[in-house]
Design a protein around this ligand. Structure first.
Ligand code: NAD
Length: 380
C-alpha cells in the first residue's frame, strides 16, 4: 500500500498533511509513503527531512499520486489533481463540503472515496482525530497574537521608572475551543480578560481560566445549549438585551476577539457599526468568524480595516495556517489517528469498515456516487 502526500495547490494554504513524525508512524505500519517535492516547505519541512524518515520524493503531483492507494491533503483535491488519482483511490482532507456539491460530484465522478475530516463526530473515541478542535485551538491563540501585534500598546501592566503602563482589556466573544484558548493566551500575556457566550456551561470555564464572564443570564440563556453541546440561535429579544450589555462593555475594551459560530448557520452578528464607533482609537477587533460571514460589522476577509475612528478590524483568513508548522503537525496527527483505523495490520492494506460510525460520518463519495446523507440531491 502506498500513501501520497501532495503539495497544496491553493497558494493561500501553507499547511501540509503529513510531517516527518507521522510519516515515521506510517512506515511503522508497513506502508510506503511518497511526498510531492516542496509539499512541506511553507510549514518548515524540506524534502530532505521527509527522505530521512523513509519517504520517497516525487517531482510532481501526477508522479506522487500515480500509484497511491491513499492521498492525504489539507484541502479538497481540485479538478486537475483528480485527473491524476487512481480510480478507487481514497482521499482524506478538510473537504469543506457544504455548498460545494459540484466539487463532491467531481470527486464521485473521478471514482475516488473521499473522506472529510471536519465531519468527524465529536465523541471520545474520535477526539484525537478532531481537526476542528486542533485547528480552532491554534486560531484562538493566533488571534490574540495578531491582536496584540496590531495594538500599539503593551498587553501587561508594567511598573517602570518612567511610569505605569496599564494592562490591556481583552474581551472574547464566543467561548468554544478557539475562545477558550484566546482567553488563556490573553491572560498569559497579562491582559485583563472578560468573555461572553450564549451557552451557560461556558461561565464556569471562563472563570476557571481567571477571566470574568459577561452575559445576560435570563431563562432563555439557561436553556441555550443543544444536546450536542452547541449554541442555539437566540431569540430577537435575547439578542437585543445581549447587544445592550455588550455595547456598554465593548466601549471600554482595548482588544476584542470574536469567535462565535452556530453550526450550519451564518455567524451571528455581535458587534455593530455603532459598537465599533464607540471604541477608543487604537483599539483592535479580531474577527475569527470572518470566513463564515463575520461577527463584526465592517470586517473583511483577508483585510485589516481601519475605521474612521481609528479602530482596526482584523479579518485574517485561515488563521490556523498562520502557524503552519504547528497546525500541520497537529493536523497530520489527527489524520494518522484516523488512517490507522482504516488499515489492516496483517495485510498492511486499506480495509475500510464501511459500517464504522467514524467512516459513515466522514465518507462523502464511494463507487462513483456521493454517498453522504447530508449531500443527497433534494427530492423534487
Ligand atoms: P463553535 O466554533 O461552533 O462556536 C464558537 C462559540 O461561539 C461557541 O461556544 C458558541 O456557543 C458561541 N456562540 C454562538 N453564538 C453566540 C452568540 N450569539 N454570542 C456569543 N457566543 C456565541 O464552537 P466549538 O469550539 O466547536 O465548540 C462547541 C461545543 O463543542 C462546545 O460545547 C465544546 O465543548 C464542544 N466540543 C466537544 C469536543 C469533543 O470532542 N467532545 C471537542 C471540541 C468541542
Amino acid at each position: 500500500m502506498r500513501i501520497a502526500v501532495l503539495t497544496e495547490s491553493d497558494p493561500a494554504e501553507p499547511r501540509v498533511a503529513a510531517v516527518p513524525d507521522t510519516i515515521k508512524k506510517f512506515k511503522g505500519l508497513g506502508v510506503d509513503v511518497t511526498v510531492q517535492s516542496g509539499a512541506g516547505l511553507k510549514a518548515g519541512v524540506p524534502d530532505a527531512e521527509y527522505e530521512a524518515v523513509g519517504a520517497t520524493i516525487a517531482a510532481t503531483s501526477r508522479d506522487a499520486a500515480a500509484d497511491a492507494d491513499l492521498v492525504l491533503k489539507v484541502r479538497r483535491p481540485n479538478e486537475e489533481e483528480l485527473k491524476f488519482l487512481k480510480s478507487g483511490a481514497t482521499v482524506i482532507a478538510i473537504m469543506d463540503p457544504y455548498g460545494n456539491e459540484t466539487a463532491l460530484k467531481a470527486m464521485a465522478d473521478a471514482g475516488v472515496s473521499a473522506f472529510s475530516m471536519e465531519l468527524m463526530p465529536r465523541i471520545t473515541r474520535a477526539q484525537v482525530m478532531d481537526v476542528l478542535s486542533s485547528q480552532a485551538n491554534l486560531a484562538g491563540y493566533r488571534a490574540v497574537v495578531d491582536g496584540a501585534a496590531e495594538y500599539g500598546r503593551a498587553m501587561p501592566m508594567m511598573m517602570t521608572a518612567a511610569g505605569t503602563v496599564p494592562a490591556a482589556r481583552v474581551f472574547v466573544m464566543g467561548v468554544g475551543v478557539a475562545g477558550l484558548q484566546a482567553i488563556a493566551t490573553a491572560r498569559r500575556m497579562g491582559a485583563v480578560v472578560t468573555a461572553t457566550d450564549v451557552r451557560p456551561a461556558t461561565k464556569e470555564q471562563v472563570e476557571s481560566l481567571g477571566a470574568k464572564f459577561v452575559a445576560v443570564e435570563d431563562d432563555e440563556f439557561k436553556q441555550a445549549e443543544t444536546s450536542g453541546g452547541y449554541a442555539k440561535e437566540m431569540s430577537a429579544e435575547y439578542q437585543k438585551k445581549q447587544a445592550e450589555l455588550v455595547a456598554t462593555h465593548i466601549a471600554k475594551q482595548d482588544i476584542v476577539i470574536t469567535t462565535a459560530l452556530i453550526p450550519g448557520r451564518p455567524a451571528p452578528k455581535l458587534v455593530s457599526e455603532a459598537m465599533v464607533a464607540s471604541m477608543k482609537p487604537g483599539s483592535v477587533i479580531v474577527d475569527l468568524a470572518v470566513e463564515r460571514g463575520g461577527n463584526v460589522a465592517g470586517a473583511e476577509a483577508g483585510e485589516i480595516v481601519t475605521t474612521e475612528n481609528g479602530v482596526k478590524i482584523v479579518g485574517h483568513v485561515n488563521v490556523a495556517g498562520r502557524l503552519a508548522a504547528t497546525a500541520s503537525s497537529l493536523y497530520s496527527r489527527n489524520l494518522f489517528a484516523f488512517v490507522e483505523t482504516l488499515i489492516d495490520k496483517e495485510s498492511k492494506a486499506l480495509a475500510v469498515q464501511w459500517d464504522d460510525e467514524l467512516v459513515k460520518a466522514t465518507n462523502l463519495t464511494r463507487d462513483g456516487q456521493v454517498v453522504h446523507p447530508s449531500f443527497q440531491p433534494k427530492a423534487a
